[in-house]
Design a protein around this ligand. Sequence first.
Ligand code: ADP
Ligand code: MG
Length: 373
Amino acid sequence: MLWGEPQGACAAMRTITLKNVSKTFYDKSRKLTPVLAIKDFNLHIEDGEAVVLLGPSGCGKTTLLRLIAGLDEPDTGEIYYSGTPLDAIPIEERGIGMVFQNYVLIPHWESRKTVGFFLRLRDREEEVPEHVNTVANITGVDIENLMGRFPRHLSGGEKQRVSIARAFARDLELLLFDEPFANLDAKFRGQARVELKRLIQEFNVTLVYVTHDQVEAMSVADRIVVINAGRIVQSGAYQALHDDPDSLFVAEFLGTPTINTFWGRVSDGEWDGSYMGRAALPGPQPNGSEVIVGIRPEHIQICDAESGIPATIDRVIPFYAEKYTLLDVWLRKRRWRIQVPLHARFQPGDTVHCLLDWSRALFFDGQTGGRIR
Ligand code: ADP
Ligand code: MG
């Protein structure tokens, strides 16, 4: 047992509710231009749920996490912990373990003091080693080694491990993680996610985890909330978001290699992509309107010459860890990405023949980016 018996605060549960939360910053470098970081945000997180906030840099993830932690206050809207307004809960009773993107460690404290702070305040210092063990299991590193050092003697990755240890060494109801494993070696990162997920499930702690990395999101989340420009654009399980995106943004943000997209116009009730040819639309669209079609690189097959469309290979890029090869090809005067097995033998300049799986094509409104179903 890693934390002793999961009892008391460890077994406590926590829901989080955000209602119409907005936050604006004023950019000093640009004459106090307002930056609408979070816009009318509504989200409910269940007891013990692992929610990942996924989105590109600058979309508002860190801002949102700071609001959920109560480190910043929203301009409008309310945040509740298990139904109680956050500002009515004293800070020491909030039960939050946090790991920030830019780990903030107190410079003149050695790691042992940082990690033990919460428990020492409560005269429970003897529990510290057990918590440190837990983190060693998560990060796959002998963290005991780091305990006697000051922050200036720790590498980025080591500081991050100490931050993680500090987050766990307390009575915990809620973990708030902001890109916590960004500075760990790739080898440990995968292991850390798996261990984290296991602990969350075992101890029923609610987790809000921020990342821009879809692989990380996929491995940690029960539910992924995709954010763009301070708003929720879609939420759900990874596969559902990937296969059935509501918008071009989600279609392009999720999935590696990135989806192929082609611009076209509606003519005579069909999608007309000029050199790309024509395709049936999923539903009626006004003639002349712009429609973007998306075809994922895995929905293109290389076939024998008779049935396929000829394409010329421009580049061959093997992805060893992901176990596929990416082909950049010219097909019908457009550039395409095609995913093929890792050890398939192709050379730049080769001509191949392609079958497009139009049944898997996704159509988006060229103006709004909304999905046409
Ligand atoms: P993310 O974590 O998704 O990269 P942030 O939440 O850090 O995004 O930032 C969201 C937006 O708010 C960005 O445009 C950022 O520049 C702006 N922002 C964040 N914090 C501040 C601040 N303290 N002052 C001014 N602008 C800020
Ligand atoms: Mg951030």
